[in-house]
Design a protein around this ligand. Structure first.
Ligand code: GRF
Length: 188
């Protein structure tokens, strides 16, 4: 039986697409069973629909509390029989309410070599810190922001003439390989 994935997005959804593509391989041990977006017009939703994936919009702005928002998400996850949640560019911080329900079963991809550069603007900060290497990490989600145990990392060199955009683009390519690979290992 393939592991049923729920992928959370807020934007472009390129990581979601790379996971969905990997899931198309017959021997891949997981399938995308639901894509959740908190942004009604997230670009990634269009790609998800093109790929024939089931999608749901849970707009955080429609809920007066974080718990109500997360309760609605949880309802959809249960209904779709989700077994593993993959945050992929999901730009809401989740509270203990949802995180604790999915302990050990919720992953995130972060564009830095954690524990370096938690939070936003990781590429800019890596350049400013004169890092020689940079990359991305897949980690379990815990209540602390980008603090959960790291499962896998991919490292790339920082070039002497790198710009934020160039570095970001190369890290994103690494993300598209690392995330499906890590899901495969976990599900096998
Ligand atoms: C990625 O860099 C991911 O690591 C970060 O947000 C970006 C999302 O990109 N959390 P996409 O929506 O998957 O294209």
């Amino acid at each position: 039986m393939k592991t049923r994935l729920g992928i959370f997005i807020s934007g472009g959804g390129s990581n979601m697409q790379s996971i969905a593509k990997a899931c198309e391989q017959p021997n891949f041990p997981a399938q995308v069973s639901l894509v959740v977006s908190n942004i009604p017009d997230a670009r990634g939703l269009r790609f998800a629909k093109q790929l024939g994936l089931k999608t749901v919009i849970v707009d955080h702005q429609s809920f007066s509390t974080r718990k109500d928002f997360e309760q609605e998400i949880q309802k959809h996850l249960v209904k779709a029989k989700i077994e593993l949640v993959c945050l992929a560019g999901f730009m809401r911080i989740l509270s203990p309410f949802l995180v604790e329900k999915w302990q050990g079963k919720m992953l995130n991809i972060h564009p830095s070599l954690l524990p370096k550069f938690r939070g936003l603007n990781t590429h800019k900060r890596a350049l400013e810190a004169n890092e020689k290497t940079h990359g991305c990490s897949v980690h379990f989600v815990t209540v602390g922001l980008d603090e959960g145990p790291v499962i896998a990392q991919s490292t790339i060199p920082v070039l002497s003439d790198d710009t934020i955009q160039a570095l970001q683009a190369r890290v994103l390519i690494a993300e598209h390989i690392l995330y499906p690979q890590t899901i495969k290992q976990l599900c096998q």
